[in-house]
Design a protein around this ligand. Structure first.
Ligand SMILES: *Cc1c(COP(=O)(O)O)cnc(C)c1O
Length: 374
């Protein structure tokens, strides 16, 4: 069986994590601070705030931007539920707009029509690891609307030689088990804005004005609660794993890019199959996912791959047509025709750095075979 994903966990990661546990400091502390500094530097941002998930980062990021009841936040329907849920948790409304048929990221033109005086933020998602269109950033800036980049897929990517993390108002990475680097569960918000970073730091730990690290190690005896905060910090042993993983990020991205190119060359001319558009010259794609588009009979295709013991996945069913969003906002089929069509056709192939060349070739053979069932 070729699994859909296998995280790249090496002995050095386990050692680093074990060392952190042996130190006796089990929660958020010095190692997490080092992880924050390292990731901020890696992604070209001034500050990094480590969190228990990207979902927590997206939520606290929006809150730090001041998003509240009755505000609107523009985002894409081709994303994971978390992107929209965090908007709703603040009492604001997710305003979906259609995607670009080539990049599968939020369409800059479609977004342009939805800015109004209630728009308090825009959350583009770097689908599959391809950074969103920078024209959208310029447009948002011209409207005075901050951009919170959902970079759950695009850690280590870049556009115009600017690393993801260095250009949006805020950027959030995920270190979930299947993501490009992992701490099991975890995430980080990076930004150049000190005020926002301070606010997210405060909110991640009960609104308490000093981190546990300072509180218990020679800091003042007392602390202050400044607001009703949350509990969304990352542990030192997770951060130790993240720091260790980070060392292989560049090499693993090279490997995933190679696999993507191999797939694209090998699968280019099969009827019924559309390979993902290659990255533009100015884009360093993270290739977290390799999403094929297959039609007309996706389920027969996936079933055949399953018989051939090649696992696949699907990213994502469109959000606006999920029962919850239909009930809540009355979305109907046909509202976002590009996203709806694409989502009916998507199949993500395995693309993880430890795949052998023989396994990559086996996937190609499997896809050729399964395409016969379309
Ligand atoms: C994985 C993912 C998230 C959530 O990440 P967590 O770290 O699991 O909270 C958010 N957005 C997208 C697009 C994702 O794929």
């Amino acid at each position: 069986m070729i699994p859909f994903h296998k995280p790249d966990i090496q002995e050095e990661d386990i050692e680093a994590m074990a060392d952190a546990v042996r130190s006796g400091w089990l929660t958020h502390g010095k190692v997490t601070q080092e992880f924050e500094k390292t990731v901020a530097k890696y992604s070209g941002a001034k500050r990094g705030v480590a969190l228990s998930s990207a979902t927590a980062g997206l939520f606290l990021g929006l809150k730090a931007l001041g998003v509240k009841k009755h505000d609107e936040v523009i985002t894409t329907p081709l994303t994971f539920a978390a992107t929209a849920h965090v908007i709703q948790h603040l009492g604001a409304k997710p305003v979906f707009v259609d995607i670009d048929p080539v990049t599968l990221n939020i369409s800059t033109d479609a977004a342009g029509h939805r800015f109004n005086t209630n728009t308090k933020a825009i959350m583009p998602v770097d689908y599959a690891g391809r950074p969103y269109d920078l024209d959208l950033l310029d447009m948002a800036m011209s409207f005075g609307v901050p951009v919170l980049q959902d970079a759950a897929h695009s850690f280590g990517a870049a556009t115009n030689d600017r690393p993801v993390g260095s250009y949006s108002s805020m950027t959030v990475f995920s270190f979930y088990a299947t993501k490009v680097i992992t701490t099991g569960e975890g995430g980080m918000l990076v930004t150049d804005n000190e005020e926002w970073a301070d606010r997210v730091e405060l909110l991640r730990l009960h609104g308490i004005s000093r981190q546990a690290h300072n509180r218990y190690q020679g800091g003042p005896w007392t602390y202050e609660v400044l607001e009703a905060g949350y509990k969304a910090n990352l542990t030192d042993f997770q951060s130790a794993m993240g720091l260790s993983q980070l060392k292989r990020d560049a090499a693993n991205r090279v490997r995933r890019s190679y696999i993507a190119e191999f797939y694209t060359n090998a699968l280019a001319d099969i009827p019924g199959i559309v390979t993902p558009a290659p990255a533009e010259e100015n884009v360093d794609h993270a290739w977290h996912l390799y999403p094929l588009r297959v039609s007309p009979n996706r389920s027969a295709f996936v079933q055949r791959l399953d018989e051939l013991e090649i696992a696949t996945s699907m990213h994502f069913p469109v959000l606006h047509l999920q029962p919850h969003f239909v009930t809540e906002y009355g979305y109907q089929p046909g509202t976002f025709p590009v996203a709806e069509q694409v989502a009916e056709e998507l199949v993500s192939l395995p693309i993880w750095p430890g795949m052998t060349t023989a396994e990559v070739e086996e996937v190609v053979e499997g896809v050729r075979d399964a395409a016969g069932y379309l």
